[in-house]
Design a protein around this ligand. Sequence first.
Ligand SMILES: [Zn+2]
Length: 216
Amino acid sequence: MTNKEEGIAHLKEVDGDQTAISLTKEEFVNLMKEGVKIPSHVQIIFSDVEGSVTLETVRDMVIPVMEDMEELSDLPVSDLYDVPLGLLRRDNLRCLGKCRFHRESFRERKYWPEEPRIEPKDVRRIDLCRTMLTPEWIRVAISTLFHEYLHALGFGGHTPMFRSLEALWPDEDANGGYPRKIRSHEHRMAFSEARRETLRWLWDSQGIPFSVWKKT
Ligand SMILES: [Zn+2]
């Protein structure tokens, strides 16, 4: 039995027929480092995450896992700690995250496969959608930040190469990835549905018909 299979077996054992297990942040990070896939019927309750989740909490659950990824071992992953984090506007519609670069950086450096490559120090700020910063949706925030960090490491567009790097994040259920595979990301889909409801409420409260949302 490989490490990964043992990890899943361990989860199933803890889980039994139930759908929720309790983990600390550190336990979750260790499962991610081991590459354990979280079965889609398992809901994770973080025993040490309460109220609104800070951006630093999300960061500290992503970078240590990336530092352990062999595929990223030639890249300046630890420099990601220096990238400022912020929030997207409350009424943003489409984005879950956005990586903003210093414009002048592109004069000297470019996206992969060109060299020299854009690096974390070229990032002005990464902004995340605030709806994800709750104990319930932190797994979506984590996988979104992983996605934005790949941009910060110099991978520009959503190319097949980018998607294969994105798929390195073990929590597939919360991950993005190929739009045509969206149905394999159930937790992510549940978040999108919840977010739509939040936006509906926001728009209703401003007197804007929600049907307009679909047209934007
Ligand atoms: Zn992207």
